[in-house]
Ligand binder design. Structure first.
Ligand code: C2E
Ligand code: MG
Ligand code: MG
Length: 615
């Protein structure tokens, strides 16, 4: 539309010059009318400056509105002057301007009607000021044909007006649809990006600061899935209304980016600190507001949100960069247990960058044989090696050595853990077989298994096939699968069923990192477990002479005895820790105090050395 208005201004400036020229040619009283021409020239010049402003200045939405209003005033004055001059000239018999006037008038009408179609007020103004004098002119001619022409002019005017109005309302409607969300009537992603871009232009100009909040509702999908989409939609409407209400106080704008994701953009702030404080305040208010209960039909619902905050101080970057930053912070809030607010910062960005790099390289890790296995000895209270835990190691040219604590969660998230887990099982079974052939006979052989593997449809049959390929029955009976209670199974029945199916091959189960998860005792009782592993964080606490920590370990032993489970303590680093656990009657010990995780050959060496010293 703005390009069209530019053309229009050019057109008016051109015709203004034309009128002056016509006036000069035909008016014998040029001097009297000189003032009139100067005024016209002045208005034309004003039109030209408006045109320059449009080209030169970067305007935000407020400035654009002001500019458009000025343009309307300009056009009104211009058309009025034009009309007055038209009437003065055409009624003078000494000037044969009829045909020129008619042709010009009609040409301008058509051009204006087309160009101004998107501006309802301008279209009405243009058409009325142009068609009215033309009609009057035809009537004044007093001929039969001129009355006919007057009639057609009115009809044409009406038709053009009607067309302009309809186009206008259509444009308004499609413009609204293109920029708004149908469900909540909030601005949509496109609206938000343009709003942000405009705000950033202002910010650049005035050297101020802005903040952006990205809000994602927690577990909204569960509401949609369990109560239906109608309830979900109603909840989204309520949440948006609540957020809009709360944001009014801060003069912030709320938009819906899609699904259950919303964005809030602030006003400009003088200092970064003020912006930070306001962002914190607003985010907390929104979080508290969203968490208040909702009544939808017969349902009383509660929902929380995760909020990512990005402070915009560098307008050189693009708007999408800041949305991305807030998105990263929002995901961090989700990872940290949801229902929270996280501000984007450089450390966070580096962590995300590293995660993305790991994700990029993980697909090649198996093909390039970058993943190897280490084996950490497990010993009896007498110090005899009776087993080992298999631990994965990843060495990558670009990333260096990546700890499983870092890569396993990413492999789990991407689902790649299933493939990795299969390879780990295969390599460990081969090792177990090879060791038995070499005389390294262990009583148990522990492998970490992710919950995603446990639930994978082909897991049980894969394990069965690997067992048949590499191991004898009595070797299978040495296998212990370590599962973690952090990932409490959503489908306990399926988990138990799969555990029972694996038990048929003699495989036993251990609850790893015991005490750090959220599983209830009843859940623990249902699972067919053989062993629990006290998490190393509790063992580390034994260094502090705090009775409460010791009491906690004693409780774990009491639970284990009650459930008739063996106890493995991992992460033993000192002789004091070893003694304490011995006193408690711990069954198996594991930790750097005995040995760090070792490469296959190193473990073999360690085993034979230890056997010699025990012999
Ligand atoms: P986890 O199963 O609890 O393994 C024990 C972790 O404690 C290992 O870390 C081990 O190196 C470390 N550790 C052992 N003794 C000590 C000690 O005395 N002091 C200290 N500070 N640490 C000790 P690692 O190898 O970094 O493994 C971290 C976690 O990654 C494992 O925790 C396990 O959950 C996971 N993981 C490792 N390999 C695999 C795998 O093949 N599959 C799956 N699903 N997870 C794995
Ligand atoms: Mg483990
Ligand atoms: Mg553990």
């Amino acid at each position: 539309m703005h390009k069209q208005i530019r053309v229009l201004i050019g057109l008016f400036v051109g015709t203004g010059a034309g009128y002056i020229y016509m006036g000069y040619l035909y008016s014998p009283t040029f001097c009297i009318e000189f003032g009139w021409y100067v005024a016209l020239l002045g208005v034309s010049f004003w039109g030209y400056t408006l045109h320059r402003t449009y080209i030169k200045e970067e305007m935000d939405t407020h400035k654009q509105d002001r500019w458009l209003k000025q343009l309307q005033v300009f056009l009104f004055i211009y058309f009025s002057m034009w009309t007055v001059m038209f009437i003065i000239y055409v009624v003078r018999p000494d000037l044969q301007l009829h045909y020129v006037a008619i042709a010009t008038q009609l040409g301008v009408v058509v051009v204006s009607a087309t160009i101004l179609a998107s501006q309802k007020k301008l279209a009405t103004l243009t058409l009325v000021t142009l068609m009215l004098p033309l009609t009057v002119y035809f009537v004044l001619m007093g001929e039969a044909f001129s009355y006919l022409l007057a009639f057609f002019t009115v009809v044409l005017g009406g038709v053009l007006l009607y067309a302009a109005h309809n186009t206008f309302s259509y444009l308004i409607k499609s413009q609204y649809q293109a920029y708004h969300d149908y469900l909540t009537s909030l601005g949509n992603r496109r609206f938000f990006i343009e709003l942000l871009e405009n705000a950033m232009k202002m910010q650049k100009h005035e050297k101020k600061h802005l903040y952006l909040l990205l809000i994602d509702l927690d577990h909204f999908k569960t509401i949609n899935d369990s109560l239906g989409h109608d309830v979900g939609d109603a909840l989204l409407r309520e949440v948006s209304a609540r957020m809009s209400f709360l944001s009014q106080k801060y003069k912030n704008t709320v938009s819906r980016l899609g699904g259950d994701e919303f964005c809030v953009l602030s006003e400009l702030y003088e200092s970064k600190e003020a912006c930070f404080t306001a962002a914190n305040h607003c985010a907390n208010k929104l979080l508290a507001g969203i968490k208040e209960s909702y009544v939808i039909g017969e349902h009383h619902l509660y929902i929380s949100a995760s909020i990512g905050v990005s402070i915009i101080s560098n307008p050189e970057l693009s708007a999408t960069v800041f949305i991305k930053e807030a998105d990263i912070a929002m995901y961090e809030a989700k990872t940290q247990g949801r229902n929270g607010i996280i501000f984007f910062n450089d450390a966070l960005s580096q962590r995300v960058e590293r995660k993305l790099e790991i994700e990029r390289f993980l697909h090649f890790s198996l093909k390039n044989k970058e993943i190897t296995l280490n084996y950490q000895p497990q010993v009896t209270l007498e110090g005899k090696i009776i087993g080992c835990e298999v631990l994965a190691r990843w060495e990558n040219d670009k990333l260096g050595s990546v700890s499983p604590a870092e890569f396993i969660p990413i492999f789990e998230k991407t689902g790649f853990i299933v493939e990795l887990g299969y390879e780990v099982l295969k390599a460990s079974f081969q090792t177990l077989k090879a060791w038995e052939e070499k005389g390294i006979v262990l009583q148990q052989f522990s492998v970490n298994i992710s919950m995603r593997q446990m639930f994978h449809p082909s897991f049980v049959s894969d394990v069965k096939q690997l067992c048949q390929t590499y191991l004898r029955k009595e070797q299978c009976a040495k296998l212990i699968f370590e599962i973690t209670e952090n990932s409490v199974a959503e489908d306990v029945k399926l988990l138990i069923m799969n555990m029972h199916r694996l038990q048929e091959y003699g495989i036993r189960f251990s609850m790893d990192d015991f005490g750090t998860g959220y599983s209830s005792l009843s859940y623990l009782r249902q699972l067919p477990l053989d062993e629990i592993k006290i998490d190393k964080s509790f063992i580390a606490e034994l260094n502090h002479p705090n009775q409460a920590d010791k009491g906690f370990i004693d409780t774990i032993f009491a639970i284990a005895r009650n459930l008739k489970l063996r106890v493995v303590a991992e992460g033993i680093e000192t002789i004091e820790q070893q003694h304490y656990l011995q006193e408690q009657g711990c069954d198996i010990l594991q930790g750097y105090y005995f040995s760090r995780p070792l490469k296959k050959e190193a473990f073999e060496h360690f085993f034979f050395e230890a056997s010699l010293s025990h012999a």
